[in-house]
Ligand binder design. Structure first.
Ligand code: MN
Length: 133
């Protein structure tokens, strides 16, 4: 069974891009389009990693990172923040909120996968992942 990645992203194209890329590398993915559901969905899905878009409607990804990191059951899950508008100081704010890594859009696929691999201790095995479901 592949490692699980929760993807919090309101943009359908990015959600599909991240999902396709991660599944092609053997990960099981769960999309979350509405950030207001992110903490509840993380609790239910128990991901090994969270991809967090920062620019979300209704609630900021920064605030969600803070909420995840304050939750005793969820705080150990590494988070990769993704943001399109990297202004000076953004990376510091994102890291201060508790994200373990940061990738700016437009993402480099190689850089994105390197960030994922750097945070997941074991490589996903495509063979066993293919047999699940
Ligand atoms: Mn967004």
């Amino acid at each position: 069974m592949g490692q699980k990645i929760l993807i919090v992203e309101d943009n359908e194209l990015n959600l599909k891009l991240f999902g396709d890329l991660l599944r092609a590398h053997g990960f099981e993915t769960e999309p979350v389009r509405d950030g207001r559901e992110a903490v509840e969905r993380a609790s239910a899905f128990a991901p090994d990693l969270v991809i967090m878009d920062i620019q979300l409607p209704h609630i900021s990804g920064l605030e969600l990172i803070g909420q995840l990191k304050q939750d005793e059951a969820l705080k150990a899950i590494p988070i990769i923040a993704v943001t399109a508008y990297a202004a000076k100081g953004d990376e510091e704010r994102i890291r201060a909120a508790g994200a373990e890594a940061y990738v700016s859009k437009p993402i480099s696929l190689m850089g994105f996968m390197e960030a994922v691999r750097s945070l997941l201790p074991e490589p996903a095995t495509g063979e066993s992942a293919a047999t699940s479901e």
